[in-house]
Ligand binder design. Sequence first.
Ligand code: FES
Ligand code: FE
Length: 443
Amino acid sequence: QTLQMLKEKLDKGLMPQWVVTDPDIYQLERRKIFGQTWQFIGHESELKEPGSYVTRWIANDPVLLVKTNSGEIKAYLNSCTHRGAHLCTADFGNKKTFTCPYHGWSFNLEGELIGVVSGKTVYGEKMKKDEWGLRPIPKVGMYQGLIFASLDHQAMPLEDYLGDMKWYLDILLGRSDGGMEVIGVPQRWTAQANWKMTQENFASDPYHVQTNHRSTVELGISPSDPNFASYGHQIVLGNGHGLSIMTSKTGVSPYKYQTLPESMWPMFERNLSPEQNEILSNATVFVGGIFPNLAFDSPVHGMEGEMCNYLNLRVWRPLGPDKVEIWCWCLVDKAAPEEYKDKAYKAYVGSFGPSGTLEQDDTEVWARIIQVNDALMMEDKELSYNNLNNYLLGEDVFEPVDNFPGPGIAYPSTYTDNLARSIQSRWFELISKDLLDEEEDSQ
Ligand code: FES
Ligand code: FE
């Protein structure tokens, strides 16, 4: 019944407030979303040579991502096969073997158990070491340097999962020879927030920019027109993915190719289709999300006269219904001049790094939503207080355009909730799978 009611409301663009931080909903999300979808776990440039490794998480599942001697990228459950201890506790590094801190079993880059303390003396001749290798994460895939993994053996191929999003990822990640590279290491910090809210904020809510980030316009680190985030298109893709592509009021960005140096433009023309190229040359900001919890933002930022572009990738790792660990990468075109890369990294730190101006604006609001959600009137499952959030932005105002050069359903403004609603409907489809039938059977 609860799910039926939820579905009826969502179909009308209304989201009951209690859903955001409800612990039962969170348990459904853990299993049915984080246990089954593809999750971003790193970028290929983070694993430079054999033995390079990084440790990551898929919600609560620890992942050890390594480059093997043959240059292959492998992902293992970062847990020792002896008694389950967390095997590698460093964030990144380079190793030939991983030795467990508990009883000292060691594993090579291929995940094979190669060392057992006191070996034959205690385990005799019968122990088959090859049965005790690290457990691989069931699925690992890569697209344009982005490495994804899934805990689900039956997960659909990554390329199908990304679907039409690939066309836009090609613009952001495939425009330059050599692709993109991660600058520094990902920064991470925790915030009082719900992962759905943070994903929605990046993926589908340019409407908050005008108010919540107003100060950045006043400080001169965002484009000077306070409505800058509304111009352009919001594009709804399948599977809960989508993005906004912002430009200017006239449709021509004041920052051609997002301020990337002119010397790079012919390369973009060569690597992109004419349609992709047209979009890139006139875009100020690309901001969007890959379901469920990877967001990206490719803006133009920096002090006036020093504006530049970077690509920010973000994973909202849920630590509960009201807490996220934010993982934040800064990427720049490998082919960009070194001096541009430095500038871009500084622009990133000043805007969306943990102490960045834009970041501060958002984290404060997210925490306040969480605090308010503890109120009794917010626990409104019967909707007796009618506590429903509004997802009706742009409804009946914007119709999809038919001449947009890229795939997906494109709306002629970024101020619409069409993408947010499509994310919610994918979310609902996954969390309610099998349960709706059960609800019906039990009635
Ligand atoms: Fe790793 Fe015992 S738990 S060696
Ligand atoms: Fe924001």
